[in-house]
Design a protein around this ligand. Structure first.
Ligand code: GDG
Length: 497
């Protein structure tokens, strides 16, 4: 990092994400410290952050926490403070109750509130200003996710010397849905501040460029978008006559499907104690013939209810019996202060209770429902114990759980049932692909998975593993940053701060 007198330290690579990659932990004596949070983004960027002169701008995860920048495991952390009201309006409100349902095809009804939007703008401004303050001349800034879609545009304005990347971790909806958003133009303008805008699926990138054409009339071709420089007058009229001859920036909007830190999952799955735990889990479940598994944040996008419905009907019809089959459903607590999530929890828990009450027997529970988070070791042991993995998302940007399951199954056992509405299905074609809305189809796929001959399981799992092992998250970040390096439209100017 470079630093001169009275000026903040500056960095040549900056990640901007809603959350810092650390969690606060307090020991019994009341001492607070930081622990690296286990997410995939951290795994993808950690090596890079350590080898380059990197800083990470993000929220520490609790309201009213005001902190000076600090160092953790060689990464410079730049905390952004949010007060209680900002957490409610920017995070729980606009991010999780407006954008999240809208971008997931309005599975839940999005709420539109002008005060939420105003706070979203103000908080995005705070993140952008923090990044601008610590960015070296000509630095690279990589902004992540739907909480921060205005940051690229704000940075482009204040710091035209920067190279700016953006990655959208969730789907980007079709125009007919996106156009509901009262602030649709501001969002597109914000994103177009980036040099490269990354999406999970080819379809997401297509939806985005279509929105650009519909709202602004800018020229797009394949993954390229031509954005007029320093003119947004067309924002309301869609008039593109001014484009001819005017200076333009070329923006790339393309799919870069994210992946997992494959090595760490493969290594965990090889550990004797994790394998022993997998055997113990099977034992504790009463040695059923088939263990089925679902692992999701408790979120309405994940199709947990559809999965339970299919399973309950198979039990009701006698095609499955609790003597032979059990379903383990880990539903990790998520967004518990948002009303639609409270309602979802009630629905799911009612359904689980009904199915267990109707079809369970003493000693054989139909569904082992766990509303808890677990350490990564335990998750991997569950993956190893699971004969059938159920990913039935109604809409999901990628779904890393599917890739984690595949990565851990070096034994080539296990069958992945995968929703075609999860981004992962573009890549994992050898899974049993399902439409979760088609309950009969889901039931048939579950039966097929349970009855699948060993040779077919092995053939499918081998093909799936090849895909996942060849495309890990480190490669993902490398490919994105390579493209960014070649696409920069930054024009260095002298900067006096
Ligand atoms: C968003 C997009 C996209 C879950 N419960 C526990 C636990 N997990 C871990 C999983 C997995 C991660 O959380 C969840 O990732 P997903 O991809 O499945 O889903 P989202 O959280 O919705 O993530 C998604 C992703 O961003 C990346 O771009 O793929 O589409 O929605 O790693 O294993 N981990 C532990 N205990 C738990 O109880 N340790």
């Amino acid at each position: 990092a470079s630093q001169s007198k009275d000026e903040p330290e500056t960095y040549d690579f900056i990640v901007v994400a809603n959350r810092l990659p650390v969690d606060s932990v307090t020991d019994e004596a009341g001492n607070q410290s930081w622990r690296m949070s286990p997410g995939g983004l951290v795994a993808a960027l950690e090596p890079l952050m350590k080898s380059t002169d990197g800083a990470w701008v993000g929220w520490p995860g609790a309201a009213d926490v005001v902190l000076e920048p600090f160092e953790h495991e060689n990464i410079r952390m730049v905390p952004i403070a949010l007060d209680e009201g900002e957490v409610e309006r920017y995070y729980e409100g606009f991010s999780n109750d407006t954008l999240w349902p809208l971008y997931h095809d309005v599975i839940a009804q999005p709420s539109y509130h002008r005060e939420w939007w105003e706070t979203y703008v103000a908080v995005n401004r705070r993140f952008a200003d923090a990044a601008a303050r610590i960015a070296d001349q000509g630095a690279t800034v990589w902004v992540h996710d739907y909480q921060l879609q205005l940051v690229p545009g704000m940075l482009r304005e204040s710091r035209p010397d920067l190279t700016i990347g953006f990655f959208n971790h969730i789907p980007f909806p079709a125009y007919g849905i996106f156009s509901q958003l009262p602030w649709r133009q501001q969002i597109i303008s914000g994103l177009l501040g980036a040099d490269v805008i990354g999406f999970q699926r080819v379809a997401d990138a297509g939806n985005f460029t279509r929105a650009v054409r519909r709202l602004f009339g800018y020229e797009t071709k394949g993954t390229r978008v031509w954005v007029p420089v320093g003119d947004s007058s067309d924002a309301t009229t869609g008039d593109r006559s001014h484009i001819r001859g005017a200076p333009v920036r070329r923006v790339i909007a393309r799919a870069y499907p994210i992946s997992i830190d494959v090595t760490s999952y493969v290594e965990l799955a090889q550990k004797p104690e994790v394998q022993a735990r997998a055997r113990e889990i099977r034992e504790e479940l009463g040695n059923p013939k088939t263990i089925m598994l679902g692992v999701d944040r408790l979120d309405y996008t994940k199709g947990i209810g559809h999965r339970l419905k299919a399973f309950g009907e198979l039990l009701a019809e006698g095609r499955l019996d609790v003597q032979d089959v059990t379903l383990v459903q880990v539903a990790s607590p998520s967004r518990e202060r948002v009303a639609s999530y409270m309602q979802l929890r009630d629905e799911i828990e009612l359904t689980v209770g009904r199915i267990n009450g109707d079809y369970g027997s003493i000693g054989h529970t139909a569904i082992n429902y766990l509303h808890q988070g677990y350490p990564r070791e335990e998750m991997v042991a569950l993956y190893l114990a699971a004969d059938v993995m159920l990913v039935t998302a109604l809409r999901d940007g990628m779904n890393l759980v599917a890739k984690e399951y595949v990565a851990t199954r070096a034994d080539l056992g296990g069958v992945l049932v995968l929703s075609e509405f999860a981004g992962a299905s573009d890549d994992l074609r050898q899974a049993l692909l399902i439409n979760p809305h088609d309950i009969e189809g889901v039931k048939d796929a579950v039966m097929r998975a349970i009855d699948m001959p060993v040779a077919e399981k092995r053939r499918r799992m081998r093909a799936l593993r090849k895909r996942v092992l060849e495309n890990d998250v480190i490669k993902w970040s490398r490919v994105f940053l390579e493209e960014l390096k070649h696409s920069t439209t930054a024009h260095p100017v002298s900067h006096d701060h």
